[in-house]
Design a protein around this ligand. Sequence first.
Ligand SMILES: [Fe+2]
Length: 361
Amino acid sequence: MPQPNAVKCLVVDDEPRLRRVLVRLLEGEGFTCAEAGSGVEALEMMQQDPVPLVISDLRMPQMDGVTLLRGLLAKWPDTAVLVVTAVAEVESAVACLQLGALDYVAKPFHLDEVRARVMQALDKRRLILENRMYHQQLEDRVQEQARRIEELSLERLQALVHFLEEKDTYLRGHSVRVANYALAIARGMSLPPAALDMIALGAELHDIGKIGVRESVLHKPGKLSEAEYRHIMEHPVIGARVLAPLMRDAPAALAIVRSHHERLDGKGFPDGLKGKEVAIEVRVVTVADSFDAMTSVRPYRPALLVPKALQELEDGKAVQFDPEVVQAFLAAFPDKAALPVATPEVQPLHLPIAPLEARRG
Ligand SMILES: [Fe+2]
């Protein structure tokens, strides 16, 4: 009678008498056995119900044991395959071991020997599987630690952004406020959690590239010359370059850094992307960034009043900004008297976790 937790085994031999001997032996050891009279039948049965152990004769008409072994291991590489061979075929048996069979039994066989070989093969298979699992877990831990190291590096960069902003009265708190506005917009648009993570990360670091802009230009009180404007507008590219090695798991956040000065009409920087070529995460941050920039004091102009800044967003709809995003911004802050919002507390940055699976491939 088959036992519920018995290891399943497939015996393949064109001679029914030999199959029966093996089946009786294995069932006596508590295995549940199926029988196949040929390699083709064995592969079909595996297709229906893959088993962990296959014992196969080598010399069979239609499909020999070597071909069957190849087919089995190609499709079910974790199968423990034992080949049964005549003494004169030991060479073929060795070839089977090289192909991945776990062991062979020479005919005429002693039942004790078959029993021992089967147990050994299953032990070997278990060890291989455990070893693989151990490696996988180790790999996961290494990946996790690599991610943590990247996260810590991003936190240092976040600290650098805040340090830069602290030095500059006009920029103080800019990135945190942009992240705050952007998240409010994104939530209002019901963007998925993964997009919110990317937006938080990208918005907090979007201006990191300003570390590469000369202070005399960055803080210039008057109007910028053409060359100075071009120099300041290098900051998205510089930022993306600095962050690229740390943001392999956060491509949308990296896109925010590179593309937050793109415009819907394709007249933005640095790539002149147009319309939906600009990712939604970027379009969200662009509106948040622009509103905060307009309502902050700049070295060359006072802060715009909120109604004026909102009007600018309205006027920029479909030209500079995504109309849906502007709409979501207005809906997220219905009380205009509460704008601009106060600078929120700085939160630690997190790299999104989901893409770890993808990285493993
Ligand atoms: Fe910027």
